[in-house]
Design a protein around this ligand. Structure first.
Ligand code: FEO
Length: 399
């Protein structure tokens, strides 16, 4: 990939991972991602973040397009997760930098990842300033956004915030900037990224946005470590993060299910009919078709998540177990839940689902529904009524 000057003497030197389709359980198919790294050319030549180990030579060649790797003076590690630090041992070995800057937790994480006691690590914390010559770097720890080591680097002379994972999107592209693609699609991807990476830390997003405002940082470019760089829509992505982190809900329900012989699917459609009758928007998502991370993207603004599985060996189907585990870990708050499913002879599935939803702190305004074998017209009527009752609870919640 060609390097790109994003600000005067600041270059994108990252790599594009066109073929990554699963990022520890987050489906990136079919779009892939990028790992953004940035090189500042100043009196102290400084590299911000690296890339996965398997792309270390790509990063090396990117850097060598601009300077000799041995010209690097400083490296800043905003985040230790291996998609941003995997190439660090190689780059340190090649460049022999004077200093490697990281947060307190970053130092611990680097030592426990790479076991290199002799690296020239230097801890920085909130309000620390690092002069590179004409440019300065201000640091802000963003603990648990989304790892304990995470931090922001802000270059005030360029109004540039290097934000590590925050504000990212998983999209592989030959373009680098937000104004080179459709904004709605970009915000859609940012929402899905938030749902799958940032959602459990929403309270910290609120705190961080407030801290950035308090610092009075004048930001006209946000460069995350994944996806497009925000230069024309900074206000929009900041507003979107406010909205995402407040978990603002719409009169919308996601009906997510797996089915063996279409009985649970028939129930799902009948519940959807009841919701639609009451003017609640519905997304019907079969887990055979949709990956759990795609469903989470829809859960982001949905007031209700209605989950269905037939009973299988006295339990729930594996895809539903997978989805519930994934969603519970992402901790969506203030949502309504409900459970349904068909059965042959024992019928435990809806109660199991309801119990998991309760553990995940969902409100359950209706009892789980189960239907033996194939739903009758009467059974479907009950499902439809369930949808109507849920619709009323949803409208009450969002109004
Ligand atoms: Fe992109 Fe938390 O790593």
């Amino acid at each position: 990939m060609p390097v790109v000057e994003i600000k005067k003497n600041i270059y994108w030197v990252g790599v594009v991972d066109w073929n990554l389709h699963n990022f520890h359980g987050y489906s990136l198919a079919p779009k892939g991602t990028t790992y953004n790294a940035f090189l500042v050319l100043d009196d102290k030549i400084t590299l911000f973040d690296t890339v996965p180990e398997k792309f270390k030579l790509d990063l090396y060649h990117q850097i060598q397009q601009l300077i000799k790797i041995t010209d690097i003076n400083y490296i800043v590690v905003n985040h230790v997760e291996p998609d941003h630090s995997g190439a660090l041992p190689f780059i340190i070995e090649k460049s022999q930098p004077e200093k490697v800057f990281c947060s307190t937790m970053g130092q611990k994480a680097l030592l426990s990842h790479y076991h290199q006691e002799n690296w020239p690590l230097e801890v920085v914390t909130n309000n620390d300033k690092l002069s590179l010559g004409k440019k300065t770097v201000l640091f802000m720890e963003t603990r648990m956004l989304h790892w304990p080591d995470s931090m922001f680097s802000f270059i005030p002379e360029d109004k540039l915030l290097i934000s590590n994972d925050a504000f990212g999107q998983n999209i592989a592209s030959s373009f680098r900037f937000d104004d080179e693609v459709n904004l709605d699609e970009l915000l859609f991807e940012a929402k899905h990224y938030y749902a799958n990476i940032i959602l459990p830390y929403s309270a910290l997003v609120q705190k961080t946005l407030a801290e950035v405002a308090k610092q009075g940082w004048d930001i006209d470019m946000i460069a995350p470590d994944h996806g497009f760089i925000w230069r024309s829509h900074v206000k929009e992505i900041l507003a979107a993060y406010q909205e995402f982190s407040l978990q603002k809900l719409k009169p919308k329900a996601v009906i997510v299910y797996d089915s063996m012989w279409q009985s649970t699917e028939k129930m799902a459609k009948a519940i959807a009919e009841g919701l639609q009758k009451e003017n609640v928007s519905v997304r019907l998502m079969s887990l055979k078709t949709y990956h759990h991370s795609d469903v989470m993207g829809e859960v982001m603004d949905a007031a209700a998540v209605i989950c269905g599985s037939p009973t299988h060996n006295n339990g729930i189907l594996p895809l539903m177990a997978d989805f519930l585990t994934y969603m519970k870990g992402l901790k969506p708050t203030n949502r309504i839940g409900a459970a349904f499913g068909s059965f042959g002879w024992s019928g435990e599935a809806p109660k199991i689902i309801a119990s998991i939803l309760e553990q995940a702190k969902f409100e359950l305004p209706v009892e789980p529904i189960k239907v033996k074998h194939v739903p009758t017209h009467e059974d479907l009527k009950k499902c439809k009524e369930m949808g109507e009752t849920l619709a009323k609870a949803i409208k009450q919640k969002v109004n």
